[in-house]
Design a protein around this ligand. Structure first.
Ligand SMILES: NC(=O)c1ccc[n+]([C@@H]2O[C@H](COP(=O)([O-])OP(=O)(O)OC[C@H]3O[C@@H](n4cnc5c(N)ncnc54)[C@H](O)[C@@H]3O)[C@@H](O)[C@H]2O)c1
Length: 284
């Protein structure tokens, strides 16, 4: 099945070897997009390639994998140039690679790990955003006038941790809050270049390995905000969600698709929260 919004569009997806990234590669490949899948984990990328090929019947999917560390500016620039040469153009970026860091209360948090989280989630996200945006801006100049005012779209993966400040996740929460500010500031800088920039903030996505592991780590963190029983941690979390259930990866991908596509053509600098109402409220 092809979808005009994505057919023959080139989408770069970072963190393509992970849960969200892999599901995104499969989803957009099925809709006829051309996927540039980036990750620094070789074997995870290969598994993504295998699953995309298995998921797309009939026509061969157009997917290329690129091993690249998002924190290395030279490697990112070379990779983006290679993608541009391989595909001829870049239309969309899902800037999604991330690292959650330790699950420990602030008094025990290792500053070395704090710096690592910030380096991957903030600096790495910026390096990819800037490199891809430069390529998009140069394409816009070469294309001249187009029928769509802002033909390029970038989606950064933030998190509800940015809005709520999850206990025992001080580095992750800080990094995701920085992504919200990066999204707003870069959206303003890039609007004159025909590029929209938005973010998504998911929370409580599962079931699956990440959900189970996270509850085990929260239970073991020693934080007074969590029970020491992972099952009770899980129940308490879902109990705090107005919709009283977990969200699915599919629901995350649909939100990313909305922001990447022209369905959101007049939206830039915003954050789409995908959390069943967990963080809903009027801010002071
Ligand atoms: N899973 C959730 O419930 C959830 C909720 C909110 C936000 N998020 C965010 O969504 C994004 C994806 O999460 P996920 O659940 O798929 O996680 P994941 O751990 O399954 O995937 C993350 C991917 O990023 C890659 N990566 C990490 N560091 C990298 C680097 N330096 N260079 C290149 N690639 C690197 C990893 O190899 C991995 O494949 C992350 O930014 C995460 O913070 C996830």
């Amino acid at each position: 099945m092809s979808d005009q919004k994505f057919a023959a569009k080139t989408i770069i997806i970072t963190g393509a070897g992970g849960n969200f990234g892999r599901a995104g590669c499969i989803h957009f490949a099925k809709l006829g997009a051309r996927i540039a899948a980036m990750d620094n984990n070789d074997s995870a990328l290969l598994e993504t390639l295998r699953e995309v090929n298995a998921a797309v019947d009939g026509e061969a999917p157009v997917i290329q994998t690129y091993i690249c560390d998002v924190t290395d500016p030279k490697s990112v620039q070379e990779t983006v140039e290679k993608i541009s040469n391989d595909f001829g153009e870049i239309n969309m970026l899902w800037n999604n690679a991330g690292y959650q860091g330790q699950i420990k209360p602030t008094l025990e948090y290792d500053p070395v790990d704090f710096a690592r989280v910030m380096n991957i989630n903030v600096t790495g996200m910026f390096i990819v955003l800037q490199s891809v945006a430069k390529e998009m801006a140069s394409q816009k100049k070469a294309d001249g006038d187009t029928t769509v005012s802002h033909p390029f779209s970038i989606v950064n993966t933030a998190s509800v941790a940015a809005l709520r400040g999850t206990p025992a996740m001080v580095a992750y929460s800080s990094s995701k809050a920085a992504i919200l500010a990066m999204t707003v500031s870069s959206a303003k800088d890039l609007a004159p270049h025909g590029i929209r920039v938005n973010s998504i903030s998911p929370a409580l996505i599962g079931p699956g390995f990440m959900w189970t592991r996270q509850n085990e780590l929260h239970a073991a963190s020693g934080s007074p905000y969590f029970s020491s029983d992972p099952e009770q941690v899980a129940q308490a979390k879902v109990g705090g969600v107005p919709m009283k259930r977990l969200g699915s990866i599919d629901e995350v991908i649909k939100s990313v698709a909305y922001l990447l596509s022209d369905d959101s053509s007049y939206t830039t600098g915003t954050n789409l929260v995908v959390d069943g109402g967990l963080s809903a409220g009027l801010k002071a």
